[in-house]
Design a protein around this ligand. Structure first.
Ligand code: SF4
Length: 346
């Protein structure tokens, strides 16, 4: 078996892809890690936006996994118009939220294949386990993904390899199929045992909640945008804003985004141009942005909601500054009822 064989491994930093890399490294394969930034990664969003105060810095798990295994990891930013088309017009539809997982995998695998050719690697691999995830890790979708991503048998899934047809690296003898896994299903028992065998410790808890697109609440915001703004108008700037704060649809053409704490308030300030910005005067409260064309009555009610979220510090009678470009006015609204807030909430 040649030791000069090189493979690109899609690393999430989770246990499965870390074990897959360790498994191949043990067979003498030179592994180059690869991770993608889609613009929808929860951890990467927290790391980059710094909207919340945290006790510990947020770490990128893929880079951490690479450091632990002593292998290089490349991060490629695929966020942007091409990736957004995957979200707005997925050929294979959505999962239980607005998650276009099959199309997303095809997009990523195509890019990974390109990267594999660029660096002169012979094949690529993932930590996918047959039957572990409902949408993209069943046999039939896996076949569709491999076909549409034009992988030509060059994608190995080491953890489930013995449950799947042999791939090029196995047929060519670059890797020994006998030393690969036969894991299938959602139990993680075998992975735990392998982690112990490979000395892999301190891995993040199993995936879930790592992608905004699998979050049903976030999905509602996306669908609201599609309905009122048109999905063809979605930009990464919109996506950034959709990930922050509380969102309310007051009327078809009036939407509110409100910060939940100081970091988010500061973050929202950057998005002020072209929007109304409301803030309580004299007491601490949320920063509220208003998109669309609010009437005076709308603004008064939104100011009332801003007072409501300022909490007990804002007695009835608290004043709210409403600014748009160079103009400013001050309102003294009554806090709006909880039932109204819930009706507006996206
Ligand atoms: S959860 Fe689905 S949509 Fe999100 S990154 Fe993974 S495959 Fe893509």
């Amino acid at each position: 078996m040649s030791k000069s064989v090189k493979a690109v491994g899609l690393l999430s930093g989770g246990l499965d892809s870390t074990i897959a890399a360790a498994m191949l490294m043990r067979q003498g394969i030179e592994v180059q890690g690869l991770t993608f930034y889609t613009g929808f990664c929860v951890v990467e969003h927290n790391r980059r936006s710094k909207t919340r105060k945290r006790k510990k810095p947020v770490r990128n798990e893929a880079l951490q996994a690479g450091a632990k295994l002593d292998l290089p990891v490349e991060m490629i930013d695929i966020s942007g118009p091409d990736y957004l088309k995957v979200l707005t017009d997925p050929k294979y539809g959505y999962g239980s939220a607005v998650n276009p997982c099959i199309d997303c995998r095809i997009f990523m695998f195509r890019r990974a294949r390109q990267y594999m050719d660029e660096i002169g690697a012979q094949f690529m691999f993932t930590g996918e386990v047959l039957g572990q995830r409902p949408m993209s890790q069943r046999r039939q979708p896996m076949n569709v993904i491999d076909r549409d991503a034009e992988l030509d048998g060059l994608l190995l899934r080491p953890l489930s390899a013995k449950k799947l047809p042999p791939t090029v690296p196995e047929e060519k003898g670059w890797v020994d199929r006998e030393q690969l896994g036969d894991i299938q299903g959602r139990s993680r028992q075998q992975q735990m045992e392998l982690a112990e065998e490979y000395g892999i410790e301190d891995y993040p808890s199993p995936a879930g909640g790592c992608c905004f697109l699998t979050d049903k609440n976030f999905g509602r915001r996306i669908l609201d945008f599609f309905e009122h703004e048109g999905k063809e108008n979605l930009t990464m700037d919109d996506v950034m804003l959709l990930k922050i704060g509380r969102h309310f649809r007051v009327k078809p053409d009036v939407k509110v985004v409100m910060g939940r704490e100081e970091g988010e308030n500061k973050f929202l300030e950057r998005y002020t141009p072209g929007r109304w910005r409301l803030e309580t005067k004299d007491v601490t409260g949320p920063t509220t942005l208003v998109e669309g064309h609010p009437t005076d009555d709308d603004l008064r009610r939104i100011a009332g909601m801003t007072v409501r979220y300022a909490g007990s510090k804002a007695d009835p009678g608290a004043t709210v500054a409403c600014r748009y470009e160079d103009s400013e006015r001050t309102l003294e609204p009554s806090p709006v009822e909880e039932s109204v807030v819930e009706e507006w909430r996206i």
